[in-house]
Design a protein around this ligand. Structure first.
Ligand code: S3P
Length: 430
């Protein structure tokens, strides 16, 4: 599917966004591994979360799904009769591997052509150290993965790459291991797994940058309310900042500080926004965001330590950088090269087609602002975050932009175009 996007005149109004993708994955996972019943409210309907749900179904977990809720009966896992297809979802394959490493049966995990090119040695290494039998294609680098579950032992794991998926994979394995585990991150990454483990009555604590998890745990079932997805909100925040005369309110967004680095970036750029109605739901911070058009934004320098907390928003920052005065420089973001696409290459290539002055670096990019983008035909590289960042770029480009392969947006945010329609924007599809 291709979408035609016109230069936008104004966005205005109030919206509420679907549940967070990272939190929904984890809610399905914790609901499945606890020995009781769990109710997930406002879950993400993105295809990625559906992949997680389907995998657990194949592992014998029973659930009922309605328009707004998933009811899960956690407990015993069975050996799956067929491969577990994680499709496009890195979170599914990495977190699920952490659980299956201790389950006493054989399983094979695979995914689509993008997932089969994504590095898995980063989880194979620590899981093996815990005693797991886990193998991957191409010398243990890529999926398909084969796992034969074993009794695991605790680990003292110093992570080299800041990755919440790797951290969460290991935390999930340590819950069922013998003895205590210590996990140390180079930089703080999103902490939804730690928060949710606590919420499900698990034992986990933080001392400095060390995470300490008790082994052999039994978890409680819970009612869990998933807040709006901050990463999805970021496309709306950026649109309101960039489209003249815009003013929007986004309600019930997750404001976990390990996710909202993007707000700090736009604050430095001079963006006008306000956080109101802050509160906590199911052990996650939540609030409402008011954003208004900001005529003069300035370029910023983004440092490696900021990257984990803006990792999924960097393509958006590239687009804002095209407009902001001066240079925007992103460094220390090499991890972007192993996402659903090589996001450094995909975003710089496509923005250049729109006339951007952007240069690729090994670990990021440099974009010179103050440019007027011009509509043309661009491609999503089958990467949902690239397709959505290009929609944002199309809103400010002169003319009518065509984005090819826009259907990949369904991976995280099937309601994306409808939510923009609520704010007064129209699209054509063919
Ligand atoms: C995620 C962690 C991040 C992020 C991804 C979701 C998670 O990946 O990019 O969209 O839910 O843990 P990495 O851990 O590979 O950085």
């Amino acid at each position: 599917m291709n979408v035609i996007v016109q230069k936008a005149k104004r966005i205005v109004g109030e919206i509420e966004l679907p549940g967070d993708k990272s939190i929904t994955h984890r809610a399905i996972i914790f609901g499945s591994i606890s020995n009781e019943e769990t109710l997930i409210i406002n879950y993400s309907k993105g295809k990625d979360c559906l992949s997680t749900l389907t995998c657990f179904e194949k592992l014998g977990i029973k659930f009922e799904k309605t328009e707004n809720e998933i009811f899960i009966k956690g407990g015993e896992f069975k050996e799956p009769e067929d491969i577990l297809n994680c499709e496009n979802s890195g979170t599914t394959i990495r977190l699920l591997s952490g659980i299956l490493a201790s389950k006493p049966f054989y399983s094979v995990l695979t995914g689509d052509s993008s997932l089969r090119q994504r590095p898995m040695d980063r989880i194979i290494k620590p899981l093996r150290e815990m005693g797991a039998k886990i193998y991957g294609r191409n010398n243990d680098k890529y999926p398909p993965l084969t796992i034969i579950g074993k009794k695991l032992k605790g680990i003292n794991f110093k992570m080299e790459i800041p990755s919440a998926q790797v951290k969460s994979c290991v935390i999930l394995a340590t819950i069922f291991a013998e003895g205590e585990s210590i996990i140390e991150e180079p930089y703080q990454t999103r902490d939804h797994t730690e928060r949710m483990l606590k919420y499900f009555n698990g034992e986990i604590k933080k001392e400095g940058n060390k995470i300490i998890v008790k082994g052999n745990q039994i978890l409680k079932g819970k009612k869990i309310h998933v807040p709006g997805d901050f990463s999805s909100a970021s496309y709306f925040i950026a649109s309101a900042l960039l489209i003249p005369n815009s003013e929007i309110l986004i309600k019930n967004v997750n404001l976990n500080p390990t996710r909202t680095g993007f707000l700090k970036v736009i604050e430095r750029m001079g963006g006008k926004f306000k956080i109101v109605n802050q509160r906590e739901i199911s052990n996650e911070p939540v609030g409402d965001l008011k954003i208004e058009y900001t005529e003069k934004l300035k370029g910023v320098n983004i440092l490696p330590e900021e990257v984990p907390n803006i990792i999924d928003e960097i393509p958006i920052i590239a687009v804002i950088g095209c407009i902001a005065e001066g240079e925007t420089i992103v460094s220390g973001a090499k991890e972007l090269r192993v996402k659903e696409s090589d996001r450094i290459k995909s975003i710089t290539t496509e923005l250049k087609k729109l006339g951007a002055n952007i240069k690729e670096k090994e670990d990021g990019f440099i974009v010179k602002g103050g440019i007027k983008l011009k509509a043309t035909k661009v491609n999503s590289w089958n990467d949902h975050r690239i397709a959505m960042a290009l929609t944002l770029a199309s809103f400010i480009a002169e003319g009518e932009t065509i984005i090819e392969n826009s259907e990949c947006i369904d991976i995280s945010f099937p309601e994306f175009f409808d939510k923009f329609k609520e704010l007064g924007v129209n699209f054509n599809f063919y």
